[in-house]
Design a protein around this ligand. Sequence first.
Ligand code: MG
Length: 313
Amino acid sequence: MKLVTYRAGVEGAARLGVIADDLVVDVAALGESFGEEFPATMLDLIDAGRPGLDALSTALGECDGDFPVGVATALANVALLAPIPRPRKNIFGIGLNYLDHVTESSKALDTAPDLPREPVVFSKPPTTVIGPDQPIRHDGDMTQQLDWEVELAVIIGTRATGVSRADALAHVFGYSVMIDVSARDNRRAGQWIFSKGMDSYAPFGPCIVTADEIPDPQVLDLWLSVNGVEKQRSNTSKMLFKVDELIADLSHGITLEPGDIIASGTPEGVGAGRDPQEWMWPGDVVLAGVQGIGTLRHPVIDARRGHGQGVIA
Ligand code: MG
């Protein structure tokens, strides 16, 4: 299933939806039509576990594309939000997880040229998250080196403590796309949370594809363009630490909980690694996608004008 969080009107509340062709099916309304109470938010659905997904899947199957009045809306008529608009915890970020990105980073930034022997972990606060089409804030008082990083995002479904690599993928709820926006000139003594943790630095979506539809997360193309010019193109097969290794590694020290998000690292082609270096500026438009999931589109705005509240420079 492709799951979304959306708003049907400008003033409407955020709703949980599932994509059916060119429609968005309102999960709560679908449940009501069956006399059942279905989860109202993505986190509620994740918390409901396998029974929650099975009940939703069964209801969709019974409709067979013919939905009761008021249950489905044209996808073109809704505004998509981040699939989890407000994560409960910081997003786990993985640094230096693609070979050629390790190389370009060591030339341009202060990272080592040697391959990491264990995953490099940082985090991004929940306030970094923005949904599809929402603006990435460029604050010229804070940065002159705003960079892009397309990544496969992994959403945890069930609590994982000390899990083995073999058991790790069973804890995944689904997958999505995230841009790990990074202000390269705000790296402080090797600590990345400020440079990667500012408001709007985690574009996320457009949907979560449930794990049953992506049995192998290591075969997916991913790409990113700025103003229509492709900057990154690679495949998740090139990750140094695969998704199952990341989950196993993290879970041995930090219990992973339902709704936790792991941004699994970016391939080569970031702005810092280019010659000459390139950065994002107000007026730019960034597209980023992962095969089988979807594409994010984000304008970059001048955060000093209108405080970034939907004002596009
Ligand atoms: Mg990254």
